[in-house]
Design a protein around this ligand. Structure first.
Ligand SMILES: Cc1cc2nc3c(=O)[nH]c(=O)nc-3n(C[C@H](O)[C@H](O)[C@H](O)COP(=O)(O)OP(=O)(O)OC[C@H]3O[C@@H](n4cnc5c(N)ncnc54)[C@H](O)[C@@H]3O)c2cc1C
Length: 423
């Protein structure tokens, strides 16, 4: 029996066409694009459906971790990636109470890439798409909004997507939901994520570069705390991208205090933005983001696998979400390439992906929760500027200990490698 699961109560539109592929990936974020590239390299026919017409969106992080760089290096793409305009972070510096604190130094790690590479994510995704498109087995459809899941006899057989010209179908041996934190496929498949709410929200906005801006040598990422507020600032070369972190549920209070108070608060954390904040003149310049994290108890059912934020929404603490989505993609390619090529993917193969990635995800989410509840909640709940406790400063002076958080940030809990990179 064939069933079409849809979020739209209206009757399904007439289908314009139905095509076959081996793996249908829904979502062209870092997880989906990396999986598409790796499977296409392995001669697995892939169709990737992305709802937007391009990759140029605001709500993206720009971090490419040493772990991802090592994987790209395995397939000869690290060097070409470095040809894109980029910046390197060898260790973030926090400004707290007019002093700076640099807890992490990636240069101490044993890797060819002891830094986080900052590339605007739109460029990174364009890069992956261009590389994947060199393989004849890769098909990328932009502007393809997946609305329905096709199920037959309890097995997911593909999806239906809406494009400019109407509804289309893609049938596949396996469908991978890489459609991010608000995953529609997760919802259609009936999976419920266990939610943990972080104690903060974020205002996300841009600031212009101004003459006399920070010289490049001073780094392209700024951050710090002051009086219940936290700031994370990335240089996207054409502008500064800013995340202003404040206690959850305090948005109305922030608005009532007015723009002048907000500008002052930003400058209090980062005095070097005094000129730039003058550009903030209207609340329409800000987007309010609710910070959440969650994890699905189950990431698969026959014919369907969830990866990346679709399986586990990562809190922004530590900026590891992109790395985790990419590591999920690499393990998926490691485990599924051969079964996909043979055209026989069992539920047990899909289960192996969750088994490989669930533990590292649980551990990192537990760490993020601990930082959120012990460090961030205290800092955001305080009306005074927090000081870095001497215990923390002492911890980060002991070489063996200080390398642990650096290693976790750089590689995640397990160092994921591509198994058959030579193919
Ligand atoms: C404001 C913000 C800043 C962040 N900063 C960082 C950071 O600095 N470092 C870091 O590591 N992480 C950061 N994160 C987290 C990170 O962005 C995510 O963890 C990561 O993008 C997850 O990758 P993904 O491929 O699973 O999903 P996503 O990147 O969310 O990609 C999902 C894709 O699926 C597409 N899609 C969704 N629905 C459909 C549909 N129905 N049909 C077709 N396509 C669909 C979307 O358009 C999107 O392109 C940040 C998150 C936010 C919100």
């Amino acid at each position: 029996m064939s069933t079409v699961l849809t979020t739209d109560p209206a009757p399904a539109e007439a289908l314009r066409d139905s095509r076959k592929t081996t793996c249908c990936i829904v979502g062209g974020g870092p997880g989906g694009m990396m999986l598409g590239l790796l499977l296409a390299r392995q001669r697995v026919p892939v169709t990737l459906l992305e709802q937007h017409k391009d990759f140029d969106r605001d709500f993206r992080g720009d971090t490419i971790h040493p772990s991802t760089l090592e994987i790209l290096d395995q397939i000869g793409l690290a060097e070409p990636l470095h040809q894109l305009r980029h910046a390197k972070i060898y260790g973030p510096t926090l400004r707290v109470a007019n002093s700076s604190f640099s807890p992490i130094d990636f240069r101490r790690l044993k890797t060819r890439f002891p830094y986080i590479l900052l590339v605007p994510q739109v460029k990174f995704l364009d890069f992956l798409a261009a590389e994947a498109s060199k393989y004849p087995d890769f098909r990328l459809l932009m502007g393809a909004n997946v609305e329905q899941l096709v199920e037959e006899d309890g097995q997911v057989r593909g999806v239906r997507y809406l494009a400019n010209d109407g509804m289309h179908e893609v049938r596949a041996e396996v469908t991978v939901a890489a459609d991010g934190r608000f995953s529609r496929l997760r919802h259609l498949a009936g999976f419920e994520a266990l939610q943990t709410s972080a104690p903060m929200d974020i205002l996300w906005f841009r600031l212009p570069h101004v003459p006399g801006d920070l010289p490049e040598a001073e780094g392209r990422v700024l951050g710090g705390f002051a009086r219940g507020r936290m700031l994370a600032v990335f240089d996207r070369f054409d502008y500064w991208q800013v995340g202003y972190v404040f206690p959850k549920g305090h948005y109305q209070e922030l608005r009532a205090a007015g723009l002048e108070a907000l500008r002052n608060s930003i400058v209090e954390v980062e005095p070097r933005l005094a000129e730039q904040v003058k550009a903030l003149t209207d609340w329409h310049q800000f987007s309010l983001l609710s910070v959440e994290s969650s994890r699905c108890p189950r990431w698969f059912k026959p014919g369907l696998l969830l990866i990346g934020d679709a399986a586990h929404v990562m809190s922004p603490v530590g900026g590891v979400g992109i790395n985790y989505a990419i590591q999920d993609a690499v393990e998926t390619a490691n485990i599924l390439s051969a079964p996909l090529r043979s055209g026989k993917v069992g539920v047990s193969d899909l289960a192996k992906v969750q088994a490989a990635r669930e533990r590292p995800t649980r551990i990192i989410q537990a760490m993020q929760s601990a930082v959120q509840s012990r460090v961030l909640a205290a800092a955001l709940g305080s009306q005074t500027t927090p000081r870095i406790p001497w215990t923390a400063r002492a911890f980060f002076k002991i070489p063996i200990l200080r390398d642990i958080p650096a290693r976790i940030l750089a590689f995640g809990i397990t160092r994921v490698r591509l198994r058959d990179a030579a193919n």
